[in-house]
Design a protein around this ligand. Structure first.
Ligand code: CO
Length: 431
């Protein structure tokens, strides 16, 4: 089970590739691709399908036996984007000796120092010319070899480096790409990488959304291999737990309730995009499902009232080196099971009623369950659940597996928690 997670993580260096990984897995399990711009077709019980938005968000469905107005939807949502660095347009900066760096822009809130001195590479999408200017072609790019590195300044030039360093996003975070070896390469190194990888001509490349990622594969560590070390555990570990629960639920006979897996983009920048949780896209697809089953507007509103959402985004695990940062009585530990997140200011969707549902599902699945609240002097983060509530007023819970070093280029998770989470999610889909 954990080898599979590591493989899925390595196949998913950025949002676009994560969606591609999901798509491949869903197709193998018999889910049909649908296009939101076309009629979605009929919605009989047992039908399994998915739709994408912008190639960077994906919504998968299995239609259940019970009417939606009575049983509602069982929705797990998570996000496929993670903090990284986006390659700017006109990115090449050629300096002394023909040494080329790429100009980058921060995406989300990475711990920037963790990106230094490790092999990095490039992934994302490249847009190619087609015969229709309104509909250019999209190709995904995943450079699998180490291609770049952001190198530190030697300690001899900064003896205070171990006392903390202030980093400039514009000056310090520019990765080395190569050294110009002939004049023809000047200003063309990045384009040469793209055209060689995709086997296209430079004249066909119209634009790209490309990002850096850690080129070192995900792995487990610890005496008992009990920890996971990988980039993007936030939130791909929840994405793939949701995927495996959906596939597992499908192997247990016909679905009672309609099961939904919603994977949003752009959580790390506030979710307010057409492919983010702030978009009405999911609610419009849910409405279309109800009406394609012959349901009315009334039936849709009833289905929303009956629905339950598990908003799955990683939680902070108790860090033994920094115990003073945590709430004195609610500090979930690695390996202790999925975490329900609470916040009095309602940054999280959980309340006593919805937390009771999720903890009971965990109990039925034979899985321990933990609770997280911020140390009262620490601001903490936010997530998907409440943003989604503006278009879909769902009953639901914010939860996630505990991890250390959230937003580091490599986060630390727990093998056992991943297995627990799949069991709890499967229980939810089948309840
Ligand atoms: Co997250």
């Amino acid at each position: 089970m954990i080898t599979r997670l590591l493989q899925l993580l390595d196949a998913s260096p950025v949002n676009f590739l994560a969606v591609k990984t999901l798509e491949t897995e869903l197709q193998q399990a018999g889910f049909e691709p649908l296009d939101a711009a076309q009629p979605l077709g009929s919605m009989p019980q047992g039908r399994q399908f998915y739709v994408k938005k912008n190639d960077s968000s994906l919504y998968a469905f299995r239609i259940g036996r019970r009417p939606l107005s009575e049983a509602g939807f069982h929705i797990i949502c998570a996000h496929c984007d993670s903090p990284t660095f986006r390659i700017k347009p006109n990115a090449e900066m050629t300096g002394e000796g023909g040494i080329v760096r790429l100009n980058t822009e921060v995406y989300g809130g990475p711990i920037m120092s963790t990106w230094f001195d490790r092999p990095l590479s490039l992934a994302g999408r490249v847009i190619l010319r087609s015969s229709d200017p309104m509909r250019p072609q999209t190709r995904l790019l995943h450079v699998r070899r180490p291609l770049l590195q952001i190198s530190n300044l030697a300690i001899h030039f900064n003896r205070q480096v171990n006392d903390g360093v202030k980093l400039s996003k514009q000056k310090d975070m520019l990765p080395l790409l190569g050294i110009v070896s002939e004049e023809l390469e000047r200003g063309q190194l990045l384009m040469n990488v793209i055209t060689e990888e995709l086997q296209v001509g430079a004249g066909d490349v119209l634009d790209f959304d490309l990002y850096l990622f850690d080129a070192t594969p995900a792995c487990t560590f610890g005496v008992h291999d009990e920890f996971i070390s990988s980039g993007r555990l936030d939130d791909l570990s929840m994405v793939f737990a949701g995927l495996d629960a959906l596939l597992m639920a499908g192997s247990r006979g016909e679905a009672e309730t309609t099961q939904v897996l919603a994977i949003f983009d752009n959580e790390e920048t506030g979710s307010q995009t057409k492919q983010g949780a702030g978009s009405p896209f999911l609610s419009s697809i849910l409405q279309r499902i109800v009406s394609l089953q012959g349901g009315t507007g009334e039936d849709y509103f009833r289905a929303v009232e009956q629905a339950f959402m598990v908003s799955a985004d990683n939680a902070h695990a108790w860090h033994p080196n920094y115990s003073e940062k945590y709430d004195p009585t609610n500090h979930p530990v690695l390996g202790g099971g999925p975490v329900i997140k609470f916040n009095a200011a309602q940054k999280y969707a959980s309340d006593a009623a919805s937390a009771a549902v999720f903890s009971e599902l965990c109990r039925l699945a034979g899985v321990p369950c933990q609770r997280f609240v911020n140390h009262s002097d620490v601001a903490g983060g936010s997530t998907l659940g409440n943003i989604l509530a503006s278009s879909l007023p769902l009953r639901g819970v914010d939860m996630g597996n505990p991890i250390l070093a959230m937003h580091s280029v490599r986060e630390t998770g727990s093998v056992r928690d991943h297995e627990y989470c799949i069991r709890a999610f499967t229980q939810f889909y089948l309840s």
